[in-house]
Design a protein around this ligand. Structure first.
Ligand code: GDP
Ligand code: IMO
Ligand code: MG
Length: 427
């Protein structure tokens, strides 16, 4: 019953889409377990480039069943536009399964996301504006709308009424916005019901049966460890659990079933939106990482903040996720630097600190302690095995592995499926 979790070890955009797609050919199911269309996963297959937001990256592998688990929040309009975009490009999406317990991102959740961000002003989180936080808030407040609610008009109407009651007060009295009509929302949601029906399934039962039948299931995280609502840089986080435990709650699979947890780790660091980022660069090195790495958001088109590799964060990701492996991505982007600084610890109030501080104030004050490793200038994009890499690139990988606490089992040397060095097999 091999069940693998593949998740972001930093602040998202580590290359999860590419890694999932790479394994997609050898697995039976790829399951998204949290988040929604705040994600932007890029997959490059030959000369074709796909940007996936809500759909699991396994959708591009013909033998694989893509699953949207109960922990995901689903915007039906985004779902159908993503599906038809893929269909137009000849991708068969008919195998997709969606949990009846997944929550729906309603139009008012998107509105609330935007107005609350505006209201926060300078203190804003820099969300993707896709309604993610307010939808999870409704779920926790027990006024959320689930996929299954679309099949009972009376229940749906009562639930939308309950959700809008307080929100309309807030929208009109606090934010000076127009109230949202219950009937309009119900009508829009009912309009998706029949189109959605063929995909809706008891995904918990199905996935557990698949594991009992020795099928291979891959759980694909959105976002990353440091964006986790519990373990990330709160409040500058997303509203779900991308960390490994999220795969269990977000798909209904027990922890005893998980056999491997793979952390996707960029060879440097990026972050989108607000919040602390100790190794962030504001100089030409940061600009060069952004340019060479193509570091621009897939979802919002925002420039990503860039900085050197941070081993403190990698060690933290190993711990909170119980990582068994790392997949190191974008090593090729570092080609050409004479020397590459790597953050090995922080200095906080004059003291050297080896582990991520639990205190938000301390993390805001953390300055990186760097060790400098020699760089390489040879093109590495054609490397097929570890020994094909120049000595300094191999030493960089080995140093990162030693500092980060789990073996590096694959290395990305380009965006394409085949631009990968596999060191240890994942299956
Ligand atoms: P995700 O959200 O974790 O799936 O990552 P994104 O797709 O948002 O961002 C990763 C970007 O890096 C995408 O443009 C990928 O095509 C690209 N990418 C992934 N792996 C590699 C790699 O090893 N080298 C290079 N040069 N690009 C990569
Ligand atoms: P993938 O899956 C990078 C960030 C947003 C913001 C914070 C909260 O492509 O790695 P939200 O809309 O989720 O409430 O925004 O989280 N964020 C991401 N950053 N990659 C992502 O997804 C992200 N999804 C959300 O920029 O700072
Ligand atoms: Mg992304």
């Amino acid at each position: 019953m091999p069940a693998l979790v593949l998740l972001g070890a930093q602040w998202g955009d580590e290359g999860k889409g590419k890694a999932t797609d790479l394994l997609g050919g050898s697995v039976d199911y790829v399951v998204r377990y949290q988040g929604g269309n705040n994600a932007g996963h890029t997959v490059v297959v030959g000369d074709q480039k796909y940007a996936l937001h809500l759909l699991p990256s396994g959708i591009l592998s013909p033998g694989c069943t893509p699953v949207i688990g109960n922990g995901v929040v689903v915007d039906p309009s985004v779902l159908f536009s993503e599906l038809s975009g893929l269909n137009e490009r000849g991708v068969d999406t008919s195998k997709l399964l969606i949990s009846g317990n997944a929550h729906i991102i309603t139009p008012y959740n998107v509105t609330v996301d935007k107005v609350t961000e505006r209201f926060l002003g300078k203190r804003k989180i820099g969300t993707t504006g896709r309604g993610i936080g307010p939808t999870y808030a409704d779920k926790i407040n027990r006024v959320g709308i689930r996929v299954q609610d679309l099949y009972d008009e009376s229940i749906l109407t009562q639930k939308v009424e309950a959700a809008l009651d307080a929100k309309n007060q807030m929208l009109t009295k606090l934010y000076n916005r127009r109230a949202i009509a219950v009937e309009q929302v119900v009508e829009e949601l009912l309009g998706y019901a029949e189109k959605l029906r063929p995909y809706v399934a008891d995904t918990v039962l199905l996935l557990n049966q698949a594991l009992d039948d020795d099928k291979v299931v891959l759980f694909e995280g959105g976002q990353g460890t440091l964006l986790d609502i519990d373990h990330g840089t709160y409040p500058f986080v997303t509203s779900s659990n991308p960390t490994a435990g999220g795969a269990c709650t977000g798909a209904g699979v027990g922890p005893t079933k998980i056999s491997r947890v793979i952390g996707i780790l960029k060879a440097y660091t990026t972050r989108v939106g607000a919040g602390p980022f100790p190794t962030e660069l504001f100089d030409e090195d940061g600009e060069a990482l952004r340019r060479i790495g193509g570091e621009r958001g897939v979802t919002t088109g925002r420039d990503r903040r860039c900085g050197w590799f941070d081993a403190v964060i990698a060690r933290y990701a190993t711990r909170v996720n119980g990582l068994t492996d790392f997949f190191l991505t974008k090593l090729d982007v570092l080609t050409g630097w004479e020397e590459i600084p790597v953050c090995v610890a922080y200095e906080i109030d004059g003291k050297r600190v080896e582990e991520l501080p639990y205190s938000q104030s301390d993390f805001h004050h953390a300055t990186p302690v760097y060790e400098t490793l020699p760089g390489w200038s040879e093109d590495i994009t054609k490397a097929k095995s570890f020994s094909d890499l120049p000595k300094n690139a191999r030493n960089y990988v080995k140093a990162l592995e030693e500092m980060s606490g789990a073996p590096i089992s694959a290395i990305g040397v380009g965006p394409g499926r085949d631009e990968t060095i596999e060191i240890n097999s994942f299956l």
